[in-house]
Write a protein that binds this ligand. Structure first.
Ligand code: TXA
Ligand code: MG
Length: 323
């Protein structure tokens, strides 16, 4: 299969691109598209055969459910049972980088939610994604990477991982945010954060006027099936150093250093970049492409936001499979 690139970066081609992408999706084809977090691999959420091909194209374990992306808050209620907490969070943060896990309605095919009674829902805050979903109706969109690779934040990352496996990629330029949405589980009485992101636990607690429950402790089944798999990892080892002083580097390894603005001058090596959500995954992919020995990330204690820290830690773990 030849993967076509559809351009949504210029006004001239925008409408035609959305039309072509929507046509392919309606036929059950897979089309990657930009969201404000990362690129998603789109497929018709109501077409079980299209969903199966998403798992195949990514090499994703079939017990890991997909997020259903909708275009409006009213469409949320067509897919799941909305309680007061969901209403409050949706009004505050949607469209935006937040995914809610809710009790699913019957119309969502079991394969989409990996057989669970719940469904994850999100309204992306990106004009390309919203225009596309407004045409097609609900789309699943897992991150458009090969399972286990870092999520793609540019169209060329998607092409690198999935060309030949999917019908098209809509190029909307680099993603505005760069790490995946915050996932909050509202399907039970407790409100549980399953995946940290740019919308923080503190913001959610403030809006709801309620404390979040902690994620089940080690040894218990993970509440988000995806959490048990390896994520976001380049092939190059990722070493995170959180300490008051930077590590001494006299070993001659070829490395990329990522650190915050205030520590930049502590390093004399040449390849130093600013550490940010926006550029983290692109840096991982560059390090792989250049065949470096290590990505070294340095910060002082308490300096890194939870979402960024989570992605770096997962990239450093290197065990299990991936999504
Ligand atoms: O920002 C994002 O959320 C991106 C963009 C493309 O929208 N999508 C994304 O999808 O990151 P994915 O499939 O790579 O990650 C979805 C996460 C997985 O960890 C999965 O296990 C969890 O959400 N999840 C999905 N449905 C769930 C459910 N019903 N219950 C618990 N966790 C669920
Ligand atoms: Mg993913």
């Amino acid at each position: 299969m030849k993967t076509v690139i559809l351009d949504a970066t210029s006004l001239d081609s925008f409408d035609r691109t959305i039309e072509e992408g929507a046509d392919l999706l309606r036929k059950g084809e897979l089309v990657a598209f930009p969201t404000e977090t990362v690129y998603g691999l789109g497929a018709d959420a109501f077409n079980p055969r299209a969903i199966e091909s998403v798992f195949l194209a990514k090499g994703r374990p079939s017990d890991n459910p997909l997020i259903v992306h909708v275009a409006s808050r009213t469409d949320l209620a067509a897919c799941a049972y909305i309680d007061r907490r969901a209403e409050i969070l949706a009004a505050e943060f949607m469209p935006g980088p937040l995914t809610l896990v809710l009790r699913s309605r019957e119309n969502i095919p079991p394969v989409t939610r990996a057989g669970l009674p719940t469904v994850a829902l999100r309204i992306p805050g990106d004009p390309v994604a919203l225009a596309l979903i407004a045409r097609t109706g609900p789309l699943v969109a897992p991150s458009a990477n090969l399972s286990g690779r870092p999520s793609p934040t540019r169209a060329e990352h998607v092409y690198h991982d999935l060309h030949g496996r999917i019908a098209a990629i809509i190029d909307g330029g680099p993603c505005r945010l760069g790490i995946e949405s915050t996932v909050v589980d509202l399907s039970g009485e407790d409100t549980v954060m399953l995946r940290p992101g740019l919308i923080t636990a503190m913001e959610i607690e403030r809006i709801l006027g309620q404390r979040l429950a902690s994620i089940p402790a080690d040894g218990q089944a993970p509440r988000a099936p995806g959490m048990k798999y390896r994520h976001y990892a380049p092939s190059v080892p990722v070493r995170l150093v959180i300490a008051p002083e930077p590590p001494a580097l006299s070993d001659g390894l070829r490395r990329l250093i990522l650190t915050t603005e205030q520590h930049r001058e502590l390093f004399t090596e040449s390849d130093i970049r600013l550490l940010s959500e926006h550029d983290l995954y692109a840096a991982f992919r560059d390090a792989d492409r250049l065949g470096l020995d290590e990505v070294l990330i340095y910060a002082t204690p308490g300096e890194l936001p939870a979402g960024l820290l989570d992605r770096i830690q997962k990239a450093g773990e290197g065990n299990g499979e991936g999504v």
